[in-house]
Write a protein that binds this ligand. Structure first.
Ligand SMILES: Cc1cc2nc3c(=O)[nH]c(=O)nc-3n(C[C@H](O)[C@H](O)[C@H](O)COP(=O)(O)OP(=O)(O)OC[C@H]3O[C@@H](n4cnc5c(N)ncnc54)[C@H](O)[C@@H]3O)c2cc1C
Length: 482
């Protein structure tokens, strides 16, 4: 496909800008159209800001939960029994969050520009009329500065991401009823925050604001928080949340949220009403596909509006690829970037490996963190994967004891016959860093013997990963002997 040279990418998040870098490297003529700024929602409103806020929350938690046990002395008179000894200046935290987000967007803009990519600020859509005889198609850009510009493209990549879902009776006002993109405008810490939604975003914000000093109620329509995660991990987190004083309301569906003076009232479907000073809505997101002429161009969408793609990011329309959250495949920045790169490798005729979701590592940035890779307990339970499992609580780990860590575990799954590691879960502070050896094992089909055979530092929390592998080896031998 040497004739493919003109590539237009609509959306400049990780799916779009990573694709642009690859395509430029491969010699294509690349234009990225974005309406908000490079880095996309990942950098400007979602991933980067939330993890920056959580960095402050993490320090607060580790101080609050361990200063007495670890023998840290606070200045006299500061520590009344049960009172917090440190506080947070939310205005300052949020200014730092925004500064970092803008700086990262700027860095990305610079590296994309250096790679020779043309950037256009505006709203992109496919031009009516489909493909020309030479296979190219038009992309119309409603420019931010006014006017429109039409581009010709041999390949178009749709990487337009998602936006927060709104309930009709709980529309954010940006002051007291907020979505996750609006919280960084707060100067004062919410006194009583009601978080609606207990998926990853809801759990992360609920944990963070509680650590920062808000009284938090988490409204969950399901039996437990994080319904999509490992059930043991979710149970640990819910226990920790409750122990730290969070009001976790399970099986409670929020029907409406309204502002009453300087309070908010959240009405549940069973008629109960919860009040708070602020409410954060975290009820999922919807794909940015409207007004882009996608279906008219033959791009098939799911019922939920996501762009349907195959494992090399092709849509149903020739020459149109899609990557990232807009495809609904796996809502992670790392997956968006991988889908974008794969699209460009495929479109430009380079060597390409189809997307393999079974090696994706992900993390919930709560305290403790929950990191996961490969096949899960649910996959084993429903028979999708035949695996044996060992779970080691961190309570028995020497480093964890020294650090005062009581909550968490390492869980490892391997094939019963070969001992090949197929998945794992780590629940611990900084689990996002500890999952990597398990990711390497899953990615490279390593056996539990190989994982157990590698040295770990003594004392270290990662020692529990090797210990879990040793125990799986013993269990495997015992079942082979039986
Ligand atoms: C609160 C929160 C925290 C998260 N934390 C993490 C995390 O820690 N780790 C992780 O891996 N993932 C995280 N995610 C998910 C991650 O943010 C997404 O997976 C990632 O943003 C997807 O990237 P993308 O390129 O698909 O789209 P986006 O990052 O959403 O970028 C899409 C861009 O396209 C632009 N756009 C949309 N329509 C058009 C149009 N028609 N024309 C021009 N431009 C358009 C948008 O304005 C945006 O700039 C988090 C998500 C949320 C909500």
């Amino acid at each position: 496909m040497a004739y493919v040279t003109r590539i237009v990418i609509i959306g400049g998040g990780p799916g779009g800008y990573e694709a642009a870098l690859v395509a430029a490297d491969l010699g294509a003529e690349v234009t990225v159209v974005d309406r908000d700024g490079l880095g996309g929602a990942a950098v400007l409103t979602d991933c980067v800001p939330s993890k920056t806020l959580i960095a402050t929350a993490e320090v607060m938690t580790s101080f609050d939960s361990s200063y007495e046990e670890l023998g840290i002395k606070v200045a006299e008179g500061v520590s009344a029994a049960g009172a917090r000894v440190v506080g947070v200046d939310l205005g300052k935290v949020n200014r730092r969050v925004k500064r970092l987000a803008v700086a990262q967007s700027h860095d990305i803009t610079q590296s994309v520009t250096r790679a020779g990519v043309t950037l256009l600020r505006g709203f992109g859509r496919l031009a009516p009329g489909g493909q020309d005889v030479d296979g190219s198609r038009g992309v119309v850009v409603d420019l931010a500065e006014g006017g429109t510009q039409e581009l010709r493209a041999d390949v178009v990549l749709i990487a337009t991401g998602t936006r927060p879902r709104e309930l009709p009776d709980a529309v954010p006002d940006g002051e007291r009823i907020l979505n996750w993109t609006q919280v960084y405008d707060l100067d004062e810490l919410p006194e009583e925050l009601v978080v609606v939604g207990s998926g990853v975003t809801g759990a992360e914000f609920a944990g963070a604001y509680q650590a920062l000093g808000s009284r938090v109620t988490l409204v969950s329509s399901r039996d437990r928080v994080l319904p999509g995660e490992d059930p043991d991990a979710a149970t640990v987190l819910e226990d920790v949340f409750r122990r730290r004083g969070m009001n976790v309301m399970s099986r409670s569906r929020a029907e409406s949220v309204r502002r009453v003076g300087d309070k908010v009232e959240v009405t549940l479907s069973d008629g109960r009403v919860i009040t708070g000073s602020h409410c954060l809505m975290a009820v999922g997101s919807i794909p940015n596909t409207g007004g882009m002429g996608l279906e008219e161009a033959g791009v098939r969408l799911t019922e939920g509006g996501q762009v349907k793609v195959d494992r090399v990011s092709r849509t149903s329309a020739p020459g149109v690829y899609a990557a990232g959250d807009v495809t609904g495949v796996f809502m992670l920045a790392s997956v968006a970037a991988m889908q974008g790169r794969i699209a460009m490798y495929h479109a430009l005729g380079d060597a390409v490996q189809p997307l393999n979701l079974k090696t994706v590592a992900s993390n919930v940035f709560t305290d403790p963190e929950i990191a996961t890779v490969g096949y899960s307990a649910a996959d084993v339970e429903c028979g999708k994967m035949d695996a044996v499992c060992v779970k080691l609580p961190l309570r028995g780990n020497p480093r964890a004891k020294m650090q005062g860590i009581r909550d968490g575990f390492v869980k490892l799954f391997c094939r019963p016959g070969t001992g090949i590691v197929v998945g794992g879960v780590v629940v611990a502070p900084r689990a996002s860093e500890l999952i990597h050896p398990i990711s390497l094992a899953v990615d490279n089909n390593l056996t539990v013997e190989q994982v157990a055979g590698a040295f770990t530092v003594y004392p270290s929390v990662s020692g529990s990963v090797a210990e879990a592998a040793r125990q799986l080896h013993i269990r495997k031998r015992a079942s082979a002997d039986a």
